[in-house]
Ligand binder design. Sequence first.
Ligand SMILES: Cc1ncc(C[n+]2csc(CCOP(=O)(O)OP(=O)(O)O)c2C)c(N)n1
Length: 191
Amino acid sequence: MERAGCIEMIYPELEDRIVVTIMGACAQELYNLGDRDNFFYLQHAMGLASSIGLGLAMHLPAERVIVLDGDGSVLMNLGTFVTLARYRPRNLIHVVFDNGSLLSTGGFESQTAAGVTDLAAIARGAGIEHVATASTTIEFGEAFLAALECEDLSVIVAKVAAVGPEHYGMDLHLPENAFRFKRWIKTRKRA
Ligand SMILES: Cc1ncc(C[n+]2csc(CCOP(=O)(O)OP(=O)(O)O)c2C)c(N)n1
């Protein structure tokens, strides 16, 4: 299974939801499908997409927040599962694309590549009730729909191949993305 295919499958569900992605390949794959004002592509702060998602979800209970994360990033902030479990934002879906790689910076193996560590088990052990795993696109689609329906904090760990976009290049810098995203949230709050 490839992450790009997974993101493409759920793209229609992202239309009016708050979406936070990690940097690099994941961000590029979403951007390539069609950039939107409600997408925030986190740069630099590796590991913190889920923390930003948590803050947004708690501050904006009327919104649904979807975080698209990576194994390397999650491994840099494993405590995130504990904090998510503790605060249990019912409007947050945390998707972890586990490609066993730090793909965006050269494709070095991450620690999940050895097949020893189970990120879903870590999430469960942290106290998160709804944790699903997926290794086919169909499984991923079903897990994502189930997460949308259950209206509770959900984590989906999707095993994907270590492949990314053919080329990188987003005509959007971090400050512009941040201002635009903030404005979209403000407009929604007013409505
Ligand atoms: C604190 C920190 N260390 C290193 C980097 C460089 N960096 C950017 S993306 C990335 C790899 C991310 O890996 P993963 O989350 O698994 O996503 P993938 O690239 O595999 O899609 C690295 C090491 C960074 N941005 N911040």
